[in-house]
Write a protein that binds this ligand. Structure first.
Ligand code: UFG
Length: 336
Protein backbone atom coordinates (compact mmCIF):
# COMPACT_ATOMS: atom_id res chain seq x y z
CA UNK A 1 0.00 0.00 0.00
CA UNK A 2 1.04 3.62 -0.46
CA UNK A 3 0.44 5.33 2.86
CA UNK A 4 0.54 9.02 3.75
CA UNK A 5 1.69 9.34 7.37
CA UNK A 6 0.56 12.73 8.65
CA UNK A 7 2.83 13.67 11.55
CA UNK A 8 5.37 11.08 10.41
CA UNK A 9 8.38 13.06 11.64
CA UNK A 10 7.16 13.02 15.23
CA UNK A 11 7.95 10.61 18.03
CA UNK A 12 5.23 8.03 17.35
CA UNK A 13 4.98 8.88 13.64
CA UNK A 14 8.63 8.13 12.95
CA UNK A 15 8.33 4.72 14.60
CA UNK A 16 5.16 4.03 12.59
CA UNK A 17 6.93 5.05 9.37
CA UNK A 18 9.89 2.79 10.17
CA UNK A 19 7.54 -0.14 10.81
CA UNK A 20 5.62 0.42 7.53
CA UNK A 21 8.86 0.64 5.53
CA UNK A 22 10.10 -2.55 7.20
CA UNK A 23 6.86 -4.24 6.06
CA UNK A 24 7.52 -3.07 2.47
CA UNK A 25 4.80 -0.44 2.30
CA UNK A 26 5.60 2.77 0.49
CA UNK A 27 5.30 5.92 2.59
CA UNK A 28 5.00 9.65 2.16
CA UNK A 29 5.55 11.59 5.37
CA UNK A 30 3.49 14.81 5.57
CA UNK A 31 4.59 16.98 8.50
CA UNK A 32 4.85 20.68 9.30
CA UNK A 33 7.90 20.03 11.53
CA UNK A 34 6.37 22.03 14.38
CA UNK A 35 7.31 19.23 16.76
CA UNK A 36 8.50 16.63 14.26
CA UNK A 37 12.19 16.52 13.42
CA UNK A 38 14.07 16.24 10.14
CA UNK A 39 16.43 13.74 11.72
CA UNK A 40 13.43 11.40 12.14
CA UNK A 41 12.93 11.16 8.37
CA UNK A 42 14.11 8.13 6.41
CA UNK A 43 15.56 8.27 2.90
CA UNK A 44 13.20 5.49 1.74
CA UNK A 45 10.12 7.59 2.56
CA UNK A 46 9.22 10.65 0.55
CA UNK A 47 8.81 13.81 2.64
CA UNK A 48 6.30 16.59 2.01
CA UNK A 49 6.55 19.65 4.23
CA UNK A 50 2.93 20.59 4.70
CA UNK A 51 0.29 21.50 7.21
CA UNK A 52 -3.14 19.99 7.98
CA UNK A 53 -4.52 23.51 8.28
CA UNK A 54 -4.06 23.85 4.49
CA UNK A 55 -6.72 21.77 2.70
CA UNK A 56 -5.06 22.20 -0.70
CA UNK A 57 -1.76 20.77 0.52
CA UNK A 58 -3.64 17.81 1.97
CA UNK A 59 -5.51 17.15 -1.25
CA UNK A 60 -2.28 17.38 -3.24
CA UNK A 61 -0.35 14.95 -1.09
CA UNK A 62 -3.24 12.44 -1.07
CA UNK A 63 -3.70 12.72 -4.82
CA UNK A 64 0.05 12.37 -5.30
CA UNK A 65 0.32 15.71 -7.07
CA UNK A 66 2.45 17.71 -4.65
CA UNK A 67 5.85 19.01 -5.74
CA UNK A 68 7.68 15.82 -4.78
CA UNK A 69 4.82 13.34 -4.48
CA UNK A 70 3.85 11.24 -7.49
CA UNK A 71 1.64 8.44 -6.23
CA UNK A 72 -1.97 8.58 -4.97
CA UNK A 73 -2.51 7.40 -1.41
CA UNK A 74 -4.27 4.12 -0.62
CA UNK A 75 -4.47 5.02 3.06
CA UNK A 76 -3.75 7.70 5.63
CA UNK A 77 -2.30 7.36 9.12
CA UNK A 78 -3.08 10.58 10.95
CA UNK A 79 -0.94 11.33 14.00
CA UNK A 80 -0.61 15.11 13.81
CA UNK A 81 -2.20 16.55 16.94
CA UNK A 82 -1.67 18.55 20.09
CA UNK A 83 -1.42 16.06 22.95
CA UNK A 84 -0.83 17.64 26.36
CA UNK A 85 -3.91 17.12 28.48
CA UNK A 86 -3.03 19.86 30.97
CA UNK A 87 -2.38 22.44 28.26
CA UNK A 88 -5.72 21.61 26.62
CA UNK A 89 -7.51 22.95 29.71
CA UNK A 90 -5.63 26.26 29.54
CA UNK A 91 -5.65 26.65 25.76
CA UNK A 92 -8.67 24.82 24.35
CA UNK A 93 -8.57 26.91 21.14
CA UNK A 94 -5.26 25.32 20.18
CA UNK A 95 -6.81 21.85 20.59
CA UNK A 96 -9.95 22.80 18.69
CA UNK A 97 -7.88 23.98 15.74
CA UNK A 98 -5.15 21.34 15.70
CA UNK A 99 -7.23 18.30 16.60
CA UNK A 100 -10.82 18.99 15.53
CA UNK A 101 -10.38 21.30 12.52
CA UNK A 102 -7.16 19.54 11.49
CA UNK A 103 -8.77 16.10 11.42
CA UNK A 104 -11.88 17.39 9.64
CA UNK A 105 -9.54 18.82 6.98
CA UNK A 106 -7.89 15.40 6.65
CA UNK A 107 -11.25 13.66 6.32
CA UNK A 108 -12.53 16.17 3.79
CA UNK A 109 -9.38 15.79 1.71
CA UNK A 110 -9.74 11.99 1.85
CA UNK A 111 -13.33 12.28 0.75
CA UNK A 112 -12.46 14.74 -2.07
CA UNK A 113 -9.64 12.57 -3.41
CA UNK A 114 -11.35 9.24 -2.73
CA UNK A 115 -9.01 7.71 -0.12
CA UNK A 116 -11.00 5.19 1.90
CA UNK A 117 -8.68 3.97 4.71
CA UNK A 118 -7.66 5.88 7.84
CA UNK A 119 -5.79 4.98 11.01
CA UNK A 120 -6.41 7.60 13.66
CA UNK A 121 -4.45 8.25 16.88
CA UNK A 122 -7.05 8.23 19.59
CA UNK A 123 -6.26 8.05 23.28
CA UNK A 124 -7.07 6.43 26.60
CA UNK A 125 -8.02 9.98 27.57
CA UNK A 126 -11.44 9.34 25.97
CA UNK A 127 -12.41 7.25 29.03
CA UNK A 128 -11.84 9.83 31.77
CA UNK A 129 -11.92 8.62 35.36
CA UNK A 130 -12.22 4.82 35.31
CA UNK A 131 -15.30 3.26 36.86
CA UNK A 132 -13.66 -0.17 36.63
CA UNK A 133 -10.27 -1.60 35.68
CA UNK A 134 -8.79 -2.75 33.43
CA UNK A 135 -10.36 -0.41 30.88
CA UNK A 136 -11.92 -2.18 27.93
CA UNK A 137 -13.40 -0.51 24.84
CA UNK A 138 -16.98 -0.60 26.16
CA UNK A 139 -16.05 1.33 29.31
CA UNK A 140 -18.08 4.58 29.37
CA UNK A 141 -16.34 7.48 27.62
CA UNK A 142 -16.40 10.63 29.72
CA UNK A 143 -13.21 12.66 29.19
CA UNK A 144 -12.03 14.87 32.04
CA UNK A 145 -9.86 17.11 29.86
CA UNK A 146 -10.46 18.93 26.58
CA UNK A 147 -7.74 16.92 24.82
CA UNK A 148 -9.66 13.69 25.54
CA UNK A 149 -12.87 15.38 24.41
CA UNK A 150 -11.32 16.28 21.02
CA UNK A 151 -10.26 12.66 20.52
CA UNK A 152 -13.72 11.35 21.40
CA UNK A 153 -15.46 13.84 19.15
CA UNK A 154 -13.23 12.81 16.27
CA UNK A 155 -14.10 9.16 16.87
CA UNK A 156 -17.77 10.16 16.53
CA UNK A 157 -17.10 12.12 13.33
CA UNK A 158 -15.26 9.09 11.94
CA UNK A 159 -18.41 7.07 12.46
CA UNK A 160 -20.34 9.54 10.28
CA UNK A 161 -17.73 9.63 7.52
CA UNK A 162 -17.82 5.87 7.52
CA UNK A 163 -21.59 5.90 7.04
CA UNK A 164 -21.70 8.74 4.53
CA UNK A 165 -18.39 8.37 2.68
CA UNK A 166 -17.48 4.70 3.26
CA UNK A 167 -14.17 5.66 4.86
CA UNK A 168 -13.04 2.67 6.93
CA UNK A 169 -11.11 3.70 10.00
CA UNK A 170 -9.13 2.25 12.88
CA UNK A 171 -9.32 4.39 16.02
CA UNK A 172 -6.39 3.36 18.21
CA UNK A 173 -6.80 4.30 21.85
CA UNK A 174 -3.20 4.60 23.01
CA UNK A 175 -2.27 4.29 26.63
CA UNK A 176 1.10 5.77 27.72
CA UNK A 177 3.52 5.65 24.79
CA UNK A 178 7.16 5.28 25.82
CA UNK A 179 10.51 3.82 24.75
CA UNK A 180 12.54 4.10 21.53
CA UNK A 181 13.27 1.84 18.59
CA UNK A 182 15.17 -1.17 20.04
CA UNK A 183 17.53 -1.10 17.04
CA UNK A 184 18.44 2.54 17.71
CA UNK A 185 17.29 3.76 14.28
CA UNK A 186 15.35 6.77 15.57
CA UNK A 187 17.45 9.41 17.21
CA UNK A 188 15.33 12.55 17.38
CA UNK A 189 14.31 13.20 20.98
CA UNK A 190 11.06 14.92 21.89
CA UNK A 191 11.65 18.58 22.66
CA UNK A 192 10.33 19.97 25.98
CA UNK A 193 8.74 16.68 27.02
CA UNK A 194 5.88 16.65 29.54
CA UNK A 195 5.75 12.85 29.96
CA UNK A 196 7.29 10.86 32.75
CA UNK A 197 9.93 8.70 31.09
CA UNK A 198 11.54 11.39 28.88
CA UNK A 199 11.70 13.66 31.92
CA UNK A 200 13.37 10.90 33.95
CA UNK A 201 15.84 10.45 31.08
CA UNK A 202 16.62 14.16 31.00
CA UNK A 203 17.43 13.97 34.71
CA UNK A 204 19.53 10.85 34.12
CA UNK A 205 21.67 12.56 31.46
CA UNK A 206 22.01 15.68 33.62
CA UNK A 207 19.93 17.97 31.40
CA UNK A 208 17.46 18.56 34.22
CA UNK A 209 18.26 18.70 37.92
CA UNK A 210 15.50 16.57 39.43
CA UNK A 211 12.25 14.77 38.80
CA UNK A 212 9.11 16.04 40.46
CA UNK A 213 6.84 13.17 41.47
CA UNK A 214 3.30 14.45 41.20
CA UNK A 215 1.77 13.06 44.37
CA UNK A 216 2.53 10.04 46.60
CA UNK A 217 -0.76 9.98 48.47
CA UNK A 218 -2.95 8.17 45.93
CA UNK A 219 -4.80 5.00 46.88
CA UNK A 220 -2.27 2.84 45.02
CA UNK A 221 0.17 0.32 46.55
CA UNK A 222 3.06 2.83 46.84
CA UNK A 223 0.93 6.00 46.72
CA UNK A 224 2.12 7.14 43.27
CA UNK A 225 0.00 7.00 40.10
CA UNK A 226 -0.16 3.81 38.09
CA UNK A 227 -0.13 3.87 34.27
CA UNK A 228 -0.10 1.40 31.41
CA UNK A 229 3.09 2.11 29.44
CA UNK A 230 3.20 0.72 25.93
CA UNK A 231 6.36 0.62 23.86
CA UNK A 232 6.26 2.89 20.82
CA UNK A 233 7.47 0.00 18.66
CA UNK A 234 4.46 -2.03 19.79
CA UNK A 235 2.21 0.95 19.01
CA UNK A 236 3.77 1.20 15.56
CA UNK A 237 3.12 -2.46 14.92
CA UNK A 238 -0.49 -1.89 16.05
CA UNK A 239 -0.90 0.76 13.32
CA UNK A 240 0.40 -1.54 10.63
CA UNK A 241 -1.77 -4.46 11.79
CA UNK A 242 -4.89 -2.28 12.13
CA UNK A 243 -4.45 -0.73 8.68
CA UNK A 244 -3.98 -4.08 7.01
CA UNK A 245 -7.00 -5.44 8.90
CA UNK A 246 -9.43 -2.65 7.94
CA UNK A 247 -8.21 -2.83 4.36
CA UNK A 248 -8.67 -6.57 4.12
CA UNK A 249 -12.03 -6.69 5.96
CA UNK A 250 -13.47 -3.43 4.62
CA UNK A 251 -14.64 -2.70 8.17
CA UNK A 252 -13.80 -0.19 10.89
CA UNK A 253 -12.27 -0.88 14.26
CA UNK A 254 -11.80 0.80 17.65
CA UNK A 255 -9.21 -0.79 19.94
CA UNK A 256 -7.11 -0.10 23.01
CA UNK A 257 -3.36 -0.37 22.59
CA UNK A 258 -1.86 -0.92 26.03
CA UNK A 259 0.35 -3.44 27.77
CA UNK A 260 -2.22 -4.50 30.36
CA UNK A 261 0.43 -3.96 33.07
CA UNK A 262 0.25 -1.17 35.62
CA UNK A 263 3.54 0.52 36.56
CA UNK A 264 3.69 3.20 39.25
CA UNK A 265 5.74 6.39 39.00
CA UNK A 266 7.96 5.16 41.86
CA UNK A 267 8.49 1.82 40.10
CA UNK A 268 9.48 3.59 36.88
CA UNK A 269 11.99 5.73 38.79
CA UNK A 270 13.46 2.65 40.50
CA UNK A 271 13.74 0.80 37.20
CA UNK A 272 15.41 3.84 35.63
CA UNK A 273 17.97 4.05 38.45
CA UNK A 274 18.73 0.38 38.06
CA UNK A 275 19.05 0.43 34.24
CA UNK A 276 21.02 3.69 33.98
CA UNK A 277 23.12 3.40 37.11
CA UNK A 278 22.41 7.11 37.70
CA UNK A 279 21.09 8.61 40.94
CA UNK A 280 18.12 10.42 39.31
CA UNK A 281 17.30 12.89 42.09
CA UNK A 282 13.58 13.19 42.74
CA UNK A 283 11.27 14.95 45.11
CA UNK A 284 7.59 14.56 45.84
CA UNK A 285 5.60 17.56 44.60
CA UNK A 286 1.86 18.15 44.77
CA UNK A 287 -0.64 16.23 42.71
CA UNK A 288 -1.03 17.33 39.10
CA UNK A 289 -4.64 18.34 38.42
CA UNK A 290 -6.55 15.89 36.24
CA UNK A 291 -4.38 12.85 37.01
CA UNK A 292 -6.40 9.68 37.63
CA UNK A 293 -4.81 7.39 40.24
CA UNK A 294 -4.69 4.39 37.95
CA UNK A 295 -5.17 3.73 34.23
CA UNK A 296 -4.62 0.21 32.96
CA UNK A 297 -5.94 -1.26 29.72
CA UNK A 298 -7.03 -4.59 28.58
CA UNK A 299 -5.87 -5.00 25.00
CA UNK A 300 -7.72 -8.28 24.62
CA UNK A 301 -9.72 -6.97 21.65
CA UNK A 302 -6.52 -6.00 19.77
CA UNK A 303 -5.08 -9.42 20.55
CA UNK A 304 -8.20 -11.25 19.39
CA UNK A 305 -8.85 -9.25 16.22
CA UNK A 306 -5.37 -8.20 15.15
CA UNK A 307 -3.21 -10.82 16.86
CA UNK A 308 -1.44 -7.82 18.44
CA UNK A 309 0.46 -8.05 21.72
CA UNK A 310 2.69 -5.59 23.53
CA UNK A 311 5.88 -7.55 23.01
CA UNK A 312 8.40 -4.84 23.98
CA UNK A 313 6.53 -3.10 26.80
CA UNK A 314 8.18 -4.34 29.99
CA UNK A 315 9.35 -1.46 32.20
CA UNK A 316 12.90 -2.74 31.74
CA UNK A 317 12.73 -2.52 27.93
CA UNK A 318 10.97 0.84 27.98
CA UNK A 319 13.74 2.31 30.10
CA UNK A 320 16.62 0.51 28.37
CA UNK A 321 15.60 1.62 24.86
CA UNK A 322 14.96 5.19 26.06
CA UNK A 323 18.30 5.29 27.84
CA UNK A 324 20.11 4.20 24.71
CA UNK A 325 18.45 6.97 22.68
CA UNK A 326 19.24 9.61 25.31
CA UNK A 327 22.81 8.46 25.76
CA UNK A 328 23.45 8.55 22.07
CA UNK A 329 21.82 11.98 21.65
CA UNK A 330 23.65 13.48 24.60
CA UNK A 331 26.95 11.80 23.76
CA UNK A 332 29.10 11.18 26.80
CA UNK A 333 26.92 13.26 29.14
CA UNK A 334 27.97 12.66 32.73
CA UNK A 335 25.89 12.85 35.84
CA UNK A 336 26.22 16.29 37.35
N1 UFG B 1 4.52 12.36 36.29
C1 UFG B 1 5.30 12.79 37.34
N2 UFG B 1 6.26 13.73 37.09
C2 UFG B 1 6.46 14.27 35.85
C3 UFG B 1 5.65 13.81 34.76
C4 UFG B 1 4.68 12.86 35.02
O1 UFG B 1 5.15 12.35 38.47
O2 UFG B 1 7.34 15.14 35.69
C5 UFG B 1 3.50 11.35 36.54
C6 UFG B 1 2.10 11.85 36.23
O3 UFG B 1 1.57 12.51 37.35
C7 UFG B 1 1.37 10.55 35.91
C8 UFG B 1 2.46 9.68 35.28
O4 UFG B 1 3.70 10.27 35.67
O5 UFG B 1 0.96 9.94 37.09
C9 UFG B 1 2.38 9.66 33.78
O6 UFG B 1 2.29 10.99 33.32
P1 UFG B 1 2.48 11.42 31.80
O7 UFG B 1 2.42 12.91 31.73
O8 UFG B 1 3.71 10.76 31.25
O9 UFG B 1 1.26 10.74 31.06
P2 UFG B 1 -0.31 10.85 31.33
O10 UFG B 1 -0.74 9.55 31.96
O11 UFG B 1 -0.68 12.08 32.02
O12 UFG B 1 -0.87 10.97 29.85
C10 UFG B 1 -0.38 10.17 28.78
C11 UFG B 1 -0.41 10.99 27.50
C12 UFG B 1 -1.83 11.35 27.17
C13 UFG B 1 -2.67 10.07 27.09
C14 UFG B 1 -2.53 9.28 28.36
C15 UFG B 1 -3.24 7.97 28.21
O13 UFG B 1 0.39 12.16 27.65
O14 UFG B 1 -1.84 11.99 25.90
O15 UFG B 1 -1.17 9.02 28.65
O16 UFG B 1 -3.09 7.17 29.34
F1 UFG B 1 -3.96 10.40 26.94
Amino acid sequence: MHIVVIGGAGYIGSHVTRCLLDADHSVTVFDNLSSGLRENLFPEAEFVHGDISHPLELREVLAGSSATGDRPADAVIHLAAAKAAGESMRNPEKYSTANLTGTINVLNAMSAVGVGRLVFSSSAAVYGEPTYLPLDEVHPTSPINYYGFTKLEIERILGWYERLRSIRFAALRYFNAAGYDPDGRIGGLEQNPANLLPIIMEVAVGARSELEIFGDDYGTPDGTCVRDYVHVTDLAEGHRAALEWIDEHDESLTVNLGSGEGVSVAEMVDMSRSVTGRTIPSRVAGRRPGDPAELVATAERARRILGWTAAHSSAQELVATSWRAYQSAYGSARES
